[in-house]
Design a protein around this ligand. Structure first.
Ligand code: GLC
Length: 419
């Protein structure tokens, strides 16, 4: 609703010189799934500064933004000022991102989790500001677990057994569309996440270690991927080989999956009108491969940065500071269950009301698995592509797991040489 306060404050801003006379427009990329949240942030920024943020929707699959950004930045385009960035892209794009360390006030930087902010400090520059945390989590039908007297599974083996039992019993009960587990096995970046979660929590490492050793060819990785392969066609539909986050979420939120791996935002969407599972969902850290291992949710914070070619770096950095600041992170959390990167919001009553398990997620962040983008830097995308394509081949059966991992390791050694 348009309130009277707002109606009077805009002309006042103009009078004070903060508005129309000097108004600037910056062009901003936002994830397609976050378009409404970004539009809301742009409206709030306009009210505060008089400046406009023109929101451009990114491609539905985040991976498709990589070539788009590469093209725009290679052409030194001035058409875009602010870029939405996945944590794994920071190294890839660092040379074309502006150092905003002096444009974003130090006190604002210090509000964020230090490790998340530090991940954006590359070659002595601050190349982006964190907008929210992301970590792989397990959502489940708490009503169905209760109905069949099953505890929340602690290991992937237990999840497999519980998923199968409940799926079979529900089907026998007439719910013929029911599946045990909806996850992401399409050949895309999300599969890198799902796979390292399984491998990491089984003691199989992280593809490439922090000091650059290719570690992926090991028995724990063979075991983890063999188990995942066994799910396809049994507890997960064949179609999972083409599921990204949104496709798998649709299955869960239409009531047709017992377990669902996804990012924290599903807490918001699954409890919102249109979902068939309102009040029926539980959330927990991902299971582990074997007792004693750490749950290894893929770590995926998202950031905003300024293009080095922006003609309005100060205004663009001000927008980045605003959209990543406490007010907008609270709005994202309360409206859509996004997990903040700002420490103080973890005790904010409004945020905790919307996301009661937020404190548990802090443990999931601490235990998380990072993709090897730190070591691989600008070649991360090629490493991840090689990984998820070959994992996809193993899951679909066009390659054996054991020999597939050997071939992959050899290929990664070659890629390392060309790094
Ligand atoms: C989420 C994560 C991101 C990850 C992507 C994979 O957006 O935040 O880090 O790369 O999913 O699909």
């Amino acid at each position: 609703m348009f309130n009277r306060k707002l109606a009077f404050s805009l002309p006042l801003l103009a009078l004070l010189g903060a508005g129309a006379a000097h108004a600037e427009t910056v062009s901003v990329f936002c994830a397609s799934t976050e378009f409404e949240l970004c539009t809301k942030a742009a409206a709030a920024w306009k009210e505060k500064t008089g400046n406009e943020a023109k929101i451009n929707k990114m491609p539905a699959l985040l991976d498709d933004a990589i070539p788009l950004y590469q093209q725009l930045l290679a052409a030194k385009s001035t058409d875009v000022d602010v870029l939405f960035l996945d944590v794994i892209w920071l190294g890839m794009f660092k040379n074309n991102l502006l150092d905003i360390s002096t444009l974003v006030p130090k006190a604002d930087q210090d509000q964020h989790f230090a490790s998340t902010l530090n991940a954006a400090k590359l070659d002595g520059k601050l190349v982006a500001m964190p907008a929210y945390m992301d970590v792989g989590l397990m959502f489940y039908r708490k009503d169905l677990l209760e109905k069949y007297g099953k505890p929340a599974p602690k290991t992937w083996e237990e999840l497999t057994a519980t998923a199968k039992e409940i799926q079979d019993k529900e089907r026998a009960d007439g719910k013929t569309d029911m599946w045990g587990y909806a996850w992401q096995a399409k050949s895309f970046e999300g599969l890198t996440c799902d796979a390292i979660e399984l491998i990491g929590s089984s003691g199989g490492g992280n593809i490439i270690s922090d000091d650059g050793k290719v570690t992926i060819d090991n028995p724990a990785a063979v075991g983890a991927l063999t188990l995942a392969k066994s799910w396809i066609g049994t507890i997960s539909p064949e179609g999972v080989l083409n599921y990204d986050e949104e496709a798998s979420r649709a299955v869960f939120e239409s009531g047709n999956a017992v377990f669902h791996r996804n990012w924290p935002y599903v807490w918001g969407t699954s409890q919102t009108k249109g979902s068939a599972v309102i009040d029926k969902v539980g959330m927990m850290p991902l299971p582990v491969g074997k007792a004693g291992e750490k749950s290894s949710g893929c770590l995926g914070p998202m950031y905003y940065g300024v293009s080095k070619f922006s003609t309005k770096p100060d205004v663009a950095a001000n927008f980045v500071d605003f959209i990543t600041g406490p007010e907008m992170q609270k709005m994202r959390a309360v409206d859509a269950a996004f997990n903040p990167s700002i420490t103080a919001l973890y005790t904010d009553p409004d945020v905790l009301k919307k996301i009661p398990f937020l404190k548990d997620n802090q443990q999931a962040f601490a235990d998380s698995a990072s993709r090897p983008s730190g070591y691989t830097g600008t070649s991360y995308n090629r490493v991840s592509q090689a990984f998820y394509r070959s994992v996809h081949d193993m899951l679909s059966g066009s390659k054996e797991v054991e020999s597939g991992l050997k071939d992959l390791a050899a290929r990664l050694e070659k890629l390392k040489e060309s790094r």
